[in-house]
Every structure is written in C-alpha cells, then in structure tokens.
Design a protein around this ligand. Structure first.
Ligand SMILES: Nc1ncnc2c1ncn2[C@@H]1O[C@H](COP(=O)(O)OP(=O)(O)OP(=O)(O)O)[C@@H](O)[C@H]1O
Ligand SMILES: Nc1ccn([C@H]2C[C@H](O)[C@@H](COP(=O)(O)O)O2)c(=O)n1
Length: 230
C-alpha cells in the first residue's frame, strides 16, 4: 500500500463534521493506510486557546483575543502514526484536551483574526505535503481547501456521539456529555466566520450505525475511486 501511495499523484482529502463523529480516528487511519500526511485542525484551535488561557487573555473578549493572535508559534506534526502539536516549543497534546480548553475553544475559534491566522497555517501545511494529506476539521471543505480532491462530511446521532465520548471520559455523566457536545456544535455551526457546514460537493457518511473500521474502509474506497478517476 505504501509503495502504491508513493507512485500515485498527491491527493488532498477534507474531512469535516460535528464533534464525536469520528473525524480524527478515521482521518489518522486513512492517512496511515494510504501513506498520506494528516492534519488535525481542531488541535490547532485548541492550541491557540491553551496559549490564551495560559497567558491570562479574556477568551470571551474577541478584541483581546484578536490583539494577541500572532504571538504564539503553533507547530503541527503531520505523521498520522504520531501526530504532534506544540506551542512555542512546548508539547501541548495532553493539556489541549482538558475541560478548560474544551469549554473555551468555540469562542476563540469564532474570532475572525484567529481563523485567518490558523487557516493560513493549514493551507501552507497542506501545500507542503509531498504525497497528499488528510485534513480534518469543521470548515476544511468549505473554506480552507475548497479545491480538495475529495470532501467527506461525517455525521452521527447526538446519542451515538455522546456514547462514544462517554466511553473516553471516565466518570463523566452521559447527559452532561451529550449537552456539552450539542452546545459546542451549535456554537461552531452558528458563528459568522466559516461555520461548521457541509460543502455542496462533499460526500456525507452517517456513522451512527457503522463501526470505526467500516467508516475507514468506506473513506479509503472513496479516495481510491477518486484516484482512479471514477
Ligand atoms: N464509527 C464509530 N463507532 C464507534 N466509535 C467510534 C466510531 N468512530 C469514532 N469512534 C470513537 O468515538 C470517539 C470520538 O472519535 P473521534 O475523536 O475520532 O471524533 P472527532 O469527530 O474527531 O471528535 P472531535 O471533533 O470532538 O475531536 C473515539 O473514542 C473513537 O474511537
Ligand atoms: N477546522 C476547524 C476545526 C476546529 N474548530 C474549532 C471548533 C471545535 O469545537 C474546536 C475543537 O475541535 P476538535 O478538537 O473538537 O475537533 O475547534 C474550528 O472552528 N474549525
């Protein structure tokens, strides 16, 4: 598979969808299987939010956030088997998953100056990928990479998504998990600048009743069909 990927032309795959639909798990596995790079754009928004929190920025004040947007240096490693994220050289892969960042990331990522900076970073990473890349997020197919070769929009019922997250967050209450997931999706899909949305030319995959392996196989097939010109 690796060798096949090396001779194939680079392919850009955009995978969007709400929280807990399986974007990260699917994107990493598809990229690894096809010898492509992988970019978790949510991690970048989480990283800039982590920096704001650590530096005492009022994340509810868009002008305060906008004023410092250029300060942190965010670096994403794109190996799907070991993706990394650093801020000013510090590995933040663990703290960006914490409750504090999760509860503030929608507000920070809604600030237009934040989106402009992170979008530019994402485009430069995609352009530098030698063999192609799977980029996952909320606005990849609509805004970041509108010319992507393949666009996928993953969905799943709120119940399925809450159950998946609940399985990860030991001790969390299922109802609270479901409510916070819906709250974040609502904020992400109603913001003014590049909201979470399905691109008109995206293929929608409802993962509610699919195993992760089935979703991965479905997306790999779609990429291979695209490469074969079908
Ligand atoms: N089809 C599936 N069936 C069952 N569990 C799944 C499926 N897809 C993903 N999962 C599990 O659901 C959880 C969330 O998946 P993942 O982190 O990939 O979602 P996501 O869309 O990237 O979420 P977020 O946007 O919040 O980062 C993980 O524990 C993952 O293993
Ligand atoms: N392209 C993107 C990716 C992510 N975000 C914002 C919205 C999410 O709530 C947050 C965290 O993403 P996750 O780690 O849960 O995938 O980041 C965005 O606005 N655009």
């Amino acid at each position: 598979m690796e060798n096949g990927a090396r001779t194939a032309p680079p392919v850009i795959v955009a995978i969007d969808g709400p929280s807990g639909t399986g974007k990260s798990s699917t994107s990493k596995a598809v990229a690894a299987q096809l010898g492509l790079s992988y970019l978790d754009t949510g991690a970048q928004y989480r990283a800039i939010t982590w920096w704001m929190v650590n530096n005492g920025i009022d994340t509810t004040d868009p002008s305060e956030v906008a004023a410092v947007v250029g300060k942190p240096e965010i670096v994403s490693g794109t190996d799907p088997s070991a993706p990394t994220i650093t801020v000013d050289g510090v590995d933040v892969s663990a703290p960006i998953r914490g409750q504090e960042v999760t509860s503030r990331v929608s507000a920070v990522s809604a600030v237009p100056e934040v989106r402009a900076r992170i979008t530019e970073l994402q485009r430069s990473i995609a352009a530098a990928s030698e063999h192609g890349i799977v980029v996952e997020g909320r606005d990849i197919g609509t805004t970041v990479l509108p010319d992507a070769d393949l666009k996928i929009f993953l969905t799943a019922s709120p119940e399925a998504r809450a159950a998946r997250r609940h399985g990860e967050l030991k001790g969390a209450d299922l109802h609270t998990t479901r409510e916070s997931l819906i709250k974040r999706d609502t904020a992400d899909s109603t913001r003014k600048t590049s909201p979470l949305a399905k691109a008109g030319d995206a293929v929608e995959v409802d993962t509610t009743n699919l195993t992760l392996q089935q979703v991965i196989e479905c997306v790999v097939t779609l990429v291979e069909e695209k490469r074969a010109g079908k």
